[in-house]
Design a protein around this ligand. Structure first.
Ligand code: NAP
Length: 528
């Protein structure tokens, strides 16, 4: 490994490495190209783009955010087939973006980054991939997302099950479920989408629900040909439609604060709706949660509550005791015989960046830094990990609006940091520890007022109850906070300067040094 490297990346020069070719990686790549920066590589573990939309292919898989706002602002599609698009259409859109902006030559497929170490003397990241490659990068961007590693439940006897067993995020399409007895463990966002799709063809579907979820109507519909005509030929109509969806989603934000009038009204409306849709009183009682709406992700569906009332479907709420060779045993002493077990048990959401071992400038590992729960400044940067930026990092997930909006804000912020690295002739930018601590102190304090702090378990929090996944304010506030980096919050180490991190000198107060020739930073950046 080179310790005093002078160039980075496969082609030399200022190189940006992006981990993951999902929505974040694609957005970052496109915006770099639009800014005139072409020396970047997207390292992708798999052999195709799309991230979660490539991995999740279960029947009925789709998005619970309207398509017109679950797409990039700079690449608006006018012919979404329906209000809430399904996975194949979203994946196709992402493929179209990759092709249109010429990202393919930038993607290194089947090349998972496993280790990243920062060399402060050089201002470079040394990246090691699973296949043994070693690459240098001036800037490292994570596009790993929060929902990319399936969580397998720790249930006694699971490995002894002799039927077919798979996770919903790794759907086994070779296995024919028709006429089978199927058990589904989990009743979250994935389960509610595939249960209505598969249940009609099964002999029996047993759904093991540990915690009930709030389910509200999706009100999905196809776009008509007249609507398509307007949306295609009148860009203003398209923009207004997008804007309307954004405002409609954002208008729900006040309902995500504990005890507000909108929260109470939202809960009452959802309760009334669920009571109306579920005929059986006993089943209604088991399906309606007792925690505030929004504490766990709100599920939207037009057919889930109807599907679980079918004669061949049973919702079991007695806790699972163990899995046996032939089925599932529950605490009430029942034994449920099944042919196939589908684990709809979600993702390792709080273990951000778990597949990559990231080592910062003092030799500290990111997972050690985050031992009490991940945190970052604006969800993008972490103190001690210079020139390292995250998309969809800690505390940037939403319960009420589109994550693509947040990712676009993050990408803009990162581009401005890259621009600063060049214009200020910096070796690295490192967010100050005190800035991160102050920011997270306020965030976690305000988080106490939000619904996800209520008494419910969810993938938004760690086992200790710290909310590490969700943003605690409106999206407008995030947009404003990430509009322009506040560089007073960063240590800015110049190309010729010594690293003075330990004595906490603000380098901006030092006299400017004459610029040194810096071939590695000689690229033009124009941020849109
Ligand atoms: P999830 O919402 O976290 O649901 C996991 C389910 O598995 C929960 O019902 C959970 O019960 C249950 N579970 C976990 N471990 C268990 C165990 N040991 N025993 C019994 N039950 C267990 O996961 P998901 O449904 O895959 O969805 C995760 C997230 O992915 C969503 O919230 C959403 O953000 C995203 N997603 C989005 C879409 C979309 O439309 N955009 C679609 C699918 C997924 P508890 O509730 O008791 O923990």
């Amino acid at each position: 490994m080179a310790s005093r490297a002078t160039h980075a990346g496969p082609a030399g020069g200022f190189h940006i490495a992006i981990v993951g070719a999902g929505i974040s990686g694609i957005c970052m790549g496109i915006q770099l190209k639009r800014a005139g920066i072409h020396n970047f590589t997207i390292y992708e573990r798999e052999h195709a783009v799309g991230g979660t939309w490539r991995d999740n292919t279960y029947p009925g898989c789709g998005c619970d955010v309207p398509a017109f706002f679950y797409s990039f602002s700079f690449e608006q599609k006018s012919d979404w087939s329906r209000k809430f698009s399904l996975q194949p259409e979203i994946l196709e859109y992402l493929h179209q973006c990759v092709d249109k902006y010429g990202l393919m030559p930038h993607i290194s497929f089947g090349n998972a980054i496993t280790h990243a170490r920062f060399i402060p003397e050089d201002g470079l990241w040394v990246l090691t991939s699973a296949r043994g490659d070693e690459v240098l990068a001036n800037v490292l961007v994570s596009g790993c997302g929060q929902l990319n590693r399936p969580r397998y439940p720790d249930i006694d006897g699971l490995e002894a099950f002799e039927g077919t067993c798979f996770h919903s995020a790794r759907w086994n399409h070779d296995h024919d479920l028709r006429g089978e007895r199927v058990a589904v463990i989990g009743s979250g966002a994935s389960a509610i989408q595939f249960v209505p799709e598969i249940s009609p063809q099964l002999e029996r579907l047993t759904l093991f629900q540990r915690t009930p979820n709030w389910v509200i109507p999706r009100q999905d519909r196809d776009y008509t040909s007249t609507q398509h005509w307007w949306l295609r030929w009148f860009p203003l109509a398209r923009r207004l439609h997008r804007c309307f969806i954004y405002l409609w989603l954002e208008s729900r934000w006040p309902a995500f604060s504990l005890g507000t009038r909108s929260a109470n009204r939202f809960k009452q409306t959802a309760t009334d709706d669920m009571c109306e849709r579920v005929a059986d009183v006993e089943l209604t009682r088991r399906l309606i949660p007792d925690y505030p709406i929004g504490c766990k992700r709100i599920l939207i569906s037009d057919d889930y509550l109807e599907a679980v009332q079918a004669d061949n479907v049973e919702v079991v709420t007695s806790p699972i005791e163990r899995v046996t060779a032939t089925g599932v045993e529950t605490a009430d002493g029942r034994s449920h015989r099944v042919d196939t077990l589908v684990l709809a048990t979600g993702f390792e959401s709080t273990r951000f960046l778990a597949p990559v071992e990231v080592v910062g400038k003092d030799g500290r590992r990111l997972d050690q830094t985050w031992v009490d729960g991940a945190e970052a400044y604006l969800g993008v940067t972490v103190a001690g990990f210079p020139n390292f930026f995250m998309c969809y990092g800690p505390n940037t997930n939403l319960g009420h609006n589109s994550i693509i909006f947040m990712i676009e804000c993050q990408v803009r912020y990162i581009l401005r940091c890259i621009e600063a690295l060049r214009k200020r002739r910096l070796r690295y930018l490192d967010v100050r520890e005190d800035a991160v601590a102050a920011y997270n102190g306020v965030l976690q304090r305000d988080m106490k007022k939000r619904v996800w702090e209520a008494d419910c378990n969810s993938w938004y929090k760690t086992d200790a109850g710290k909310v590490t996944n969700n943003w605690g304010y409106s999206t407008v506030y995030y947009w404003w906070k990430t509009m322009k980096p506040d560089f007073s919050k960063f240590l800015q180490v110049g190309l010729d300067e010594v690293d003075v991190t330990a004595c906490r000198v603000d380098l901006r107060s030092l006299p400017a040094k004459p610029p040194r020739r810096a071939s590695s930073l000689a690229m033009e950046v124009s941020v849109p």
